[in-house]
Design a protein around this ligand. Structure first.
Ligand code: APR
Length: 257
């Protein structure tokens, strides 16, 4: 069944029935799910990449060139994210996870709001803004939650964070031109290949390999559902399109389960 519905009850009932009978359900989120928590998206009207240059802030070359500039930007984003709260969309996904045994959540977001909403075992494809890792690759991972607004001031102050091995620490974020964590990507591909329903929520479906996951699911026979305010390159490949905000559509769906 293909239907372009704006939160139409019939489409939600149809989908809820599929979720109930599905052995495995995979959901993948993008920046759109956190937009209603006040976290800017990347390519939306006030998207970060409309104001900031990714090549100056989100590449390994940019970090090598000016680590202060990069850290200052990530600390600014930590400020915004630290003040944000999970919204009804995040909370509905956490409830879906607790009600659907074979539910797997994959996210492109680095904000940690799914975990704060109560989601477990979240596959973080692009890293997490509350972690740092050794820029030289010695394997050290460092908690950055001390940078959250209201957190006990870390003794780091304004200095750049340094790894015990002497190298700089860098945000544990996957930057443009970098490979994703092998284990996280494998888990995501396996979940997409094995699910009966794949929910693509609040993503522009432009950045690969994440944007390829709903297509993997569709080729494996899953029903691909897009939840978004607008069309994306994924729209023609979706079996169901729910045109609405994640914070409205997901609670309405979960309520029908
Ligand atoms: N509900 C549902 N969808 C929404 C909402 C909302 N409230 N608000 C915005 N959207 C949709 C937009 O229409 C857009 O399609 O969310 C999408 C956000 O797209 P992007 O800003 O491109 O974010 P995302 O798809 O997550 O970007 C992928 O690109 O910059 C890199 O690493 C970064 O993880 C990021 C990746």
């Amino acid at each position: 069944m293909r239907e372009d519905a704006v939160i139409d009850a019939h489409a939600l009932d149809w989908l809820a029935e599929r979720l109930r009978s599905a052995g495995a359900v995979t959901a993948m989120t993008g920046a759109g799910i956190s937009a209603e928590s006040g976290v800017p998206t990347f390519r939306g009207t006030d998207g970060l990449w409309r104001t900031y240059s990714a090549s100056d802030l989100a590449t390994p070359e940019a970090f090598a060139r000016d680590p202060r500039l990069v850290w200052d930007w990530y600390r600014w984003r930590q400020g915004i994210i630290g003040r944000a709260q999970p919204n009804p969309g995040h909370l509905a996904l956490a409830r879906l996870q607790s009600r659907l045994p074979g539910f797997r959540l994959i996210t492109q977001n680095v904000d940690g709001l799914h975990q704060r909403a109560g989601c477990r075992d979240v596959v973080e494809l692009h890293g997490n803004i509350w972690r740092a890792r050794c820029a030289r690759g010695c394997g050290v991972l460092a908690d950055q939650s001390g940078n959250a607004p209201g957190a006990a001031a870390s003794d780091q102050g304004d200095r750049l964070p340094v790894c015990p091995c002497g190298a700089l620490l860098r945000p544990d974020i996957v930057w443009f031109g970098e490979a994703l964590d092998r284990d996280q990507l494998d888990l995501a591909v396996r979940s997409a290949s094995a699910c009966a329903v794949f929910l693509a929520i609040g993503t522009s479906a432009l950045v690969y390999p994440a944007a390829g996951l709903p297509l993997v699911a569709g080729r494996a026979g899953a029903v691909v559902v897009e939840v978004n305010l607008e069309d994306t390159p994924l729209t023609p490949h979706a079996g169901l399109v729910l045109r609405g905000s994640a914070a409205e559509v997901l609670p309405a769906l979960e309520a029908r389960l």
